[in-house]
Write a protein that binds this ligand. Structure first.
Ligand code: SF4
Length: 502
């Protein structure tokens, strides 16, 4: 049985893509390798949103070169956004790479791998560039990749991403996503519904709808148009599903009907990630974000009025081309006034192929970017701490996700499982706050009530309520790592906000 090792960086799209690639190869008889040394194929599912993410892949490819020299039959693959963006460049920088496949061609991976193993030589398949044909031709070249799911290929079986659309048509000046993920294309609501029902039948309790701008979702067919709010109404009725989330939102598409759907549908979580990116109108214009900061504030006020307890989070770029002290101050003011649950803050990284790269100099010195990043992060940390404190003394419903970081490290270090099967666990509230608590491992995958007893900027500490666990579990007790959780087949370094473009 051939074995695959896959490394995934980037956003939720990549996490889902890796799950699907692994599942497709498993159906062809492949298994997963624990290390590259055991693998017959080594894949890197890549991200192009920041230079740093690309540099890391080229470093990893350098390390795998020796392995390839020792075992010429090893298939080395680069998948995802960097494959689409760099195409032939990948093989000119790393000629030992056998497979280069963009996000629109992932359905071809099993066939291409077999071709390589049969002696067919290197295989490169990518979609058309954004100016290489008509919109229809380009869209067709980015095929949606949605084969059957495989619950054992996810970090856990009770949570899953579900794609609502691919691509993006917004063309913000700093962002490479529209170039590497192609035009925005919605999946049919019936297809999404059917996938959600299948996931629930397999034991999934929470789905997160994902799209680069998920709230721009628009599907027209049979004489009707479906927007995200319509989709949420239908998903909310799926029996057995407990929670629905959606990321990432474009501010201008955060419409009153969508906010009302979040307010009125019991399964839709009160958590909205709506990246502002900057607090200055001049910078937003240079970023081509398509809204002013007053419009963002109006949207934010509408969300606060309708959903006073919802968590709102944002992304920010510091040090964008030409950013002055006064412009940075506008971002700082926005963070201080808004009470975002958290913000993902990035130093601007110019991306070849984007408008900003072509037309605006990257003229903010690295030291200034670093200092602004620190100042903004400090402000957000204070806001996050202040936002978490009122949770102390409340009871929260938590979906238990698994071991805390502390106990995961202990597990990796080989600490023997505790006899009573208890460990420090982590889970999330509906508003996406992380809660850490000591509890029996059997609670993983369950919704439990947790009494919050402590709050920091990034997480809450709690005690499992008596009704949920049979008896309260003492907080803060030193508990050894319990039995390992269900298999975690895909390594997920840097997953999440690191590479988010929206
Ligand atoms: S930042 Fe978001 S909305 Fe803008 S182009 Fe990138 S993915 Fe699209």
């Amino acid at each position: 049985m051939p074995r695959l090792w896959i490394d995934t960086v980037g956003c939720q799209m990549n996490v889902l893509d890796s799950e699907l690639v692994v599942a497709a190869l498993r159906r062809q008889g492949w298994d997963l390798a624990a290390t590259t040394a055991d693998a017959d194929a080594v894949f890197f599912n890549t991200c192009s949103v920041r230079q740093h993410a690309e540099d890391k892949v080229y470093s990893a490819l350098g390390r795998i070169r020796l392995e390839k020299e020792r075992r010429p039959g090893l298939v080395v693959g680069v998948l995802g956004c960097m494959a689409q963006k760099d195409q032939a460049l990948v093989r000119s920088r790393a000629p030992w790479v056998d497979l280069v496949v963009g996000p629109g061609q992932l359905h071809r991976v099993p066939v291409l791998v077999e071709a390589i193993r049969a002696g067919g030589g290197p295989q490169v398949e990518v979609a058309l560039g954004r100016t290489a044909g008509s919109r229809v031709e380009i869209a067709r070249s980015f095929e949606s990749y949605d084969p059957d799911r495989d619950p054992t290929m996810r970090p856990n079986p009770f949570q899953a991403f579900v794609r609502t659309q691919t691509g993006c048509d917004k063309f913000c000046s700093f962002c490479v996503v529209p170039h590497v993920r192609g035009p925005e294309q919605a999946r049919a609501p019936d297809t999404i519904l059917a996938e959600a029902r299948r996931l629930v039948a397999e034991g999934c309790r929470e789905i997160t709808l994902i799209g680069q701008t998920v709230n721009s979702y628009r599907w027209t067919g049979g004489g009707t148009t479906h927007r995200l709010a319509d989709l949420l109404v239908r998903l909310d009725a799926v029996a057995g599903l407990d929670r629905i989330r959606f990321v990432t939102n474009y501010p201008r598409d955060m419409t009153p009907d969508l906010v009302a759907a979040v307010r009125d549908l019991p399964k839709v979580c009160p958590y909205l990630h709506v990246p502002a990116q900057h607090g200055s109108d001049a910078v937003l214009a240079r970023m081509r974000r398509g809204y002013t900061i007053s419009e963002y504030r109006e949207m934010f006020a509408m969300v606060r009025a309708e959903l006073p307890h919802a968590a709102v989070t944002s992304d920010f770029i510091v040090g964008f081309c030409g950013e002055t002290d006064a412009e940075f101050q506008a971002t700082l003011d926005l963070v201080r006034e808004s009470g975002f649950k958290n913000s993902f803050i990035f130093k601007y990284s110019p991306r070849p192929g984007t408008k900003a790269f072509q037309r605006q100099p990257d003229d903010v010195p690295e030291g200034v970017k670093k200092e602004r990043h620190r100042v903004l992060l400090d402000a957000q940390t204070e806001a996050s701490r202040a936002g978490n404190l009122p949770f102390v003394g409340t009871r929260q419903q938590v979906l238990v996700e698994g071991l805390s970081v502390r106990d995961e490290k202990r597990g990796s270090a080989g600490t023997p499982p505790a006899a009573d099967g208890e460990a420090q666990l982590t889970g999330r509230t509906p508003c996406d706050r992380i809660v850490v608590f000591d509890a029996p491992l059997r609670l993983v995958g369950r919704l439990v009530d947790v009494d919050i007893v402590a709050a920091g900027p990034w997480s809450l500490g709690g005690l499992v309520a008596e009704s949920a666990a049979g008896a309260p579990v003492p907080g803060g007790a030193e508990v050894a790592c319990g039995t390992p959780l269900p298999l975690y087949p895909i390594r997920l370094p840097g997953v999440g906000p690191e590479a988010r473009g929206t």
